[in-house]
Design a protein around this ligand. Structure first.
Ligand code: 13P
Length: 265
């Protein structure tokens, strides 16, 4: 099955009104005709997950561009006395198409459990937003040889109780914690092996959803390593942290995911 490649930048807690403006201007100016056409024809999707205070700015700037924008987290609650949280309705009001949930930085810093991540993605699905569910093992799990079991457990917990249609609407981002912000990406073979394991796990729930679902890789993705990752059969794109703050670097990563860039020359 042909899945539309997806490249998302995660700005994390970076940016300012001025910096965002020049980053987005640089990005739009450097995508080039091939990526631009692919994005306009929906054969490639690309976008940015931005801090909530900048959603209005980014929505205004990207509205006509074909690029997507979304949140970095979403509350498991609908509305009410939940200081500091952002609801799925609020993301929707700024025309977000997606939101990250369960990023390892939130699992670690805010002690988010698999159960909470499941509730958050449920809120997004209820509003028709695409949950980008982040999973990934720590270095100690990898060294113990339990990385696959750990990640499968996270996927299973996050997708528990979803019907086929809901399952197919998810994006899974595999981000090994040891590769985030370290400059040490997983090899394309190791990433492919984990993506194949995740897809196999999903196919236990629904074969058709498992084929449709995009599984993207995150962890020190750079322009220099992107093409190799995207050439793997189960790697459907990337979730890019640091390199997404550099317009030309991020633009090159997006260009590498262009279906035209993948075909044999
Ligand atoms: P880096 O690309 O900076 O390693 O971050 C990856 C990430 O956490 C994206 O969500």
């Amino acid at each position: 099955m042909q899945r539309v490649p997806l490249v998302l930048g995660n700005w994390k807690m970076n940016g300012s009104v001025q910096a965002n403006e020049s980053l987005l201007q640089g990005l739009l100016g450097s995508l080039g005709p091939e990526a631009d056409t692919a994005i306009k024809h929906d054969s490639l999707q690309a976008g940015v997950a931005v801090p909530a205070p900048y959603l209005f700015q980014v929505a205004t700037r990207l509205r006509m561009s074909g690029l997507l924008w979304g949140g970095q987290d979403c509350s498991n609650e609908v509305a009410g006395a939940f200081t500091g949280e952002v609801s799925a309705d609020m993301l929707k009001e700024f025309d977000c198409q997606f939101s990250l949930v369960g990023h390892s930085e939130r699992r670690q810093r805010a002690a988010e459990t698999n159960e909470l991540v499941g509730l958050k993605l449920g809120q997004l699905l209820n509003k028709g937003l695409t949950p980008v569910v982040c999973v990934g093992e720590s270095l100690s799990e990898r060294e113990k040889g339990s990385a696959q079991d750990f990640v499968v457990g996270q996927v299973r917990a996050a997708t528990k109780g979803l019907n086929d249609q809901q399952l197919a609407a998810l994006v899974i981002a595999y981000e090994p914690i040891w590769a985030i912000g370290t400059g040490k990406s997983a090899s394309s073979a190791d990433a492919q092996a984990m993506h194949a394991t995740i897809r196999e796990e999903l196919s236990q729930q629904s074969k058709s959803a498992a084929q449709a679902i995009r599984i993207i890789y995150g962890g020190s993705v750079k322009a220099a390593t992107a093409a190799d990752l995207f050439a793997q059969p189960d790697i459907d794109g990337a979730l890019v942290g640091g390199a997404s703050l550099d317009a030309s670097e991020f633009s090159s990563i997006i260009q590498s995911a262009c279906p035209a860039a993948q075909s044999p020359h």
